[in-house]
Design a protein. Structure first.
Length: 422
């Protein structure tokens, strides 16, 4: 008689949104590994059709409360391409600072409050806080710094108020920029101390080669702009994304999955690090070297430490960009323009990977078509393939311990289900 083993997780906690997992083994071989999206569909793309272009950045920011800045800015970038507006260098610098804040606040929340307890087998973060009170305070300071970077420019840390197509409604105060510059060295010190904890955790031994995808630039560690490349040699401009990757939707599933040549891909912090390691700032590069793992690495659990390294890199980069603002006298935050008919596609690096926004507008600036491709939708297929490869390593564990290891792998990806079902 064949031996059938079923693995079912009704709810995966400590991720953004709702998801579950169903697996089946036949005589020890994995026959099914299904990541179940249990989030209701949002229909944001349909809501945008027929609306004026200026509504898109405001509405899409509401897709997610954790990463509203990246949706807001990616929508603005795509619309500027559609209407043929070139933002000023000052505007781009301000947006990049907001992006740094976005990655800092999202990563610090994920690595500490959603992932770290897995390494100590704590079900409650309250035990984690009691065991590591100093580290908890450090994380709060780091995350607060990220939120301040966003709020100083965007008006508030969640759902920015000042950003718009063409520039900004309002410029940051010089005294706020100086305050952030004064605070930066302390935050960098805190981030390096946190990295010392994560560098020496016992990450599960796991390896499955995959295709990493991320933005890259010759000038910097790309998060705001660049061309899209993969570890398998794929290379294209963001405007070509619909020609290079495929969106597929299975019956009764609310998410459009993504494949490249019918194969899964993996965006995210680990992908960015594998592709852009040489562009890291010095202390971030040193932190990865201290980890002692050679690149490329295909252990998806290392996505957690990759996020820690990116926190350090973002704090380092913030000093450069804040200084640039101080040295130059801030000028008019906005430029005049008239709407034009056109199509624009833009990419930006969200905390969880490359995000794409695609809009077509008419001559009055009314949105006729909208398409958003989120990081979580891109990596779901890769996550399932990882789980298939990982399950046989767990065969000696008891059922609950096996489920817990699967949850740990899923959490390492940092999925955002509300983004996936936008």
């Amino acid at each position: 008689m064949p031996k059938i083993t079923r693995i079912k997780i009704d709810h995966i906690d400590k991720i953004e949104g709702h998801a579950g997992f169903v697996g089946k083994l036949l005589n020890g071989k994995v026959k099914e590994a299904k990541y179940e999206v249990k989030q209701g569909i949002r229909l944001i793309e349909a809501i945008l059709r027929g609306r004026p272009y200026e509504d898109a950045p405001i509405i899409t920011a509401r897709i997610c409360g954790i990463c509203p800045v990246v949706h807001n800015l990616c929508a603005i970038k795509a619309l500027e391409k559609a209407i043929k507006i070139k933002p000023s260098p000052q505007t781009i610098t301000l947006r990049k600072i907001m992006m740094l804040g976005q990655l800092i606040q999202s990563h610090s929340l994920h690595v500490y409050f959603l992932c770290l307890s897995d390494f100590f087998k704590y079900k409650s973060d309250l035990k984690l806080i009691k065991r590591f009170p100093r580290t908890t305070k450090r994380i709060f300071k780091i995350r607060d710094f990220g939120n301040k970077l966003i709020a100083s420019i965007g008006g508030r840390s969640i759902h920015p108020l000042t950003t718009e197509v063409g520039g900004f409604k309002k410029l940051p105060k010089v005294e706020d920029i100086r305050t952030l510059l004064d605070e930066q060295p302390k935050i960098l010190k805190e981030a390096l101390a946190v990295a010392n904890i994560f560098a020496f955790l016992l990450y599960p031994k796991f390896e499955r080669k995959t295709e990493f995808v991320a933005l890259t630039s010759t000038k910097e560690y790309a998060i705001y702009d660049g061309k899209v490349v993969s570890s398998n040699g794929l290379e294209f401009l963001p405007e070509e994304v619909t020609e290079k990757i495929q969106e597929i939707q299975y019956p009764s599933e609310p998410v459009k999955r993504v494949l490249h040549d019918d194969m899964p891909i993996m965006p995210g912090a680990l992908a960015r690090l594998n592709i852009n390691y040489k562009k890291l700032n010095p202390k971030a590069k040193k932190a990865w070297n201290k980890f002692g793992v050679k690149l490329p690495t295909y252990n998806s659990f290392y996505n957690i430490y990759a996020q820690v390294v990116e926190i350090i890199n973002c704090v380092e980069e913030s000093k450069k960009l804040l200084r640039k603002l101080i040295k130059r006298k801030l000028r008019s935050p906005w430029q005049k323009f008239k709407p034009k008919a056109g199509r624009g596609i833009a990419a930006i690096e969200a905390p969880r990977g490359t995000l794409y926004h695609d809009y077509t507008v008419d001559k009055k600036g009314i949105i006729k078509h909208a398409n958003i491709i989120t990081p979580t939708a891109q990596f779901i297929c890769n996550l399932e393939e990882d789980i298939k490869e990982f399950i046989p390593d767990l065969r000696k564990l008891k059922p609950e311990a096996r489920r817990q290891k699967i949850r740990m792998l899923i959490r390492a990806y940092d999925p955002c289900m509300t983004c996936s079902v936008h």
